[in-house]
Design a protein around this ligand. Structure first.
Ligand SMILES: *[C@@H]1O[C@H](CO)[C@@H](O)[C@H](O)[C@H]1NC(C)=O
Length: 352
């Protein structure tokens, strides 16, 4: 009993001190009200492994913009390597594909990754419209008992927040560029399928060390989340993090009834991005965390049974049809580069 109280007290004290340690400032009581008083990792057990599909394929949605040449789209290779490291292969889904082609790719993938980036999140923009269509397909699939996981990273999380809230101005502005941060678990974190699936030491590391790579200007405030009942019905808030000025934003979301996860942080960067102008955590603990989050998402995809009609259709769609480009090569000392390697794709739509 005494041990238990001591442990809870330690966690409470650690949580109260964390923000101070991280950024040297105190946070408001309003923010602390959302933080759990106990260690979320204590809640177990893990859902049993489901190896229904031993050849999982994840779709990644491409987007226009830097570093893609004009008229082309890109996928940063770090997302591909991250998924490959956990035993999955990748099929690119081009943001400017016709709907039938998007649906064909949905039908052969076992999960969807919406990556980070800078695409515009409003109807009429092809990235948003395609993301929305894919999310609707995923929702419908899950409603029909077809377990189809979706993960959004950074812009991908913001995309899910906009789609599921139907509010194009739900995102706020935060000072969180190049701001690796600890995750402050909420009291709902105890019910998190993601956290209960990760090894307890990884859950503790994410909480106690700033190994989650945060690099964003937009974000979702708890107040905005609470104002939107549809979003609260869909997602539970698993963690908050603090930006450089001490403002709290939602850093991890998870579907209540759907296998959707979203991280404002970038688990793929730790092992696979090396730009020296960002403070990407490359410690052993950070790399292990990155791998375990990939293991989680790919394990989710192994529950899904989507399949290509035959091996030739599968071959034609795989990312192996493309060569990554060394986009991180510097031409002068101090040049800022976002990604070590990226895949570029020509315009995909026939019709438009
Ligand atoms: C969208 O979210 C923002 C931020 O919470 C809020 O100010 C705005 O009123 C919301 N708009 C609608 C239409 O609900």
């Amino acid at each position: 009993m005494v041990m238990r109280v001591a442990k809870v007290l330690t966690v409470v004290v650690a949580l109260l001190l964390l923000p101070t340690v991280a950024y040297g400032i105190r946070t408001s009581a309003k923010f602390e009200a959302h933080i759990a008083a106990a260690d979320a990792s204590l809640e177990r057990p893990v859902r049993p492994v489901n190896d229904a599909n031993l050849r999982p394929i994840i779709g990644i949605l491409s987007q226009p913009g830097d570093p893609a040449p004009d008229g082309q789209s890109y996928i940063a290779a770090s997302y591909v390597k991250w998924l490959e490291s956990a035993g999955a292969r990748v099929v690119p889904i081009f943001y400017d594909m016709d709907i039938e082609d998007i649906e064909r790719r949905f039908a052969v993938t076992n999960g969807l990754l919406l990556p980070g980036g800078g695409a515009t999140l409003a109807p009429g923009h092809r990235f948003y419209d395609s993301a929305r269509h894919l999310v609707e397909l995923a929702l419908k699939a899950n409603d029909n008992g077809d377990y189809y996981p979706v993960h959004g990273t950074c812009l991908g999380m913001e995309t899910l927040a906009v789609i599921l809230s139907s509010n194009y101005t739900i995102l706020g502005t935060f000072d969180a560029e190049d701001a690796p941060a600890p995750l402050l678990y909420t009291d709902e974190a105890a019910a998190s399928h993601l956290l209960r699936s990760l090894p307890p030491d990884v859950v503790a590391d994410l909480q106690n060390k700033p190994i989650a790579m945060e690099n964003h200007m937009n974000g979702l405030a708890m107040a905005a989340f609470l104002e939107n009942p549809a979003l609260g019905r869909f997602f539970r808030v698993v963690s908050l993090s603090l930006d450089k000025s001490g403002s709290a934003y939602i850093s991890t979301l998870e579907g209540r009834n759907y296998p959707f996860t979203a991280t404002q942080w970038h688990p793929e960067k730790n092992a696979f991005e090396w730009t020296p102008h960002l403070r990407i955590p490359h410690s052993t603990d950070a790399i292990r965390m990155s791998q375990e989050v990939a293991n989680f998402f790919v394990a989710e995809a192994r529950r899904n049974l989507h399949k290509a009609k035959n091996i030739l259709e599968e071959d034609d769609m795989l990312i192996y049809n493309f060569k990554p480009v060394f986009t991180g090569k510097h031409e002068y000392v101090g040049e800022e580069k976002d990604f070590e390697q990226a895949y570029f794709f020509e315009r995909a739509s026939r019709g438009r």
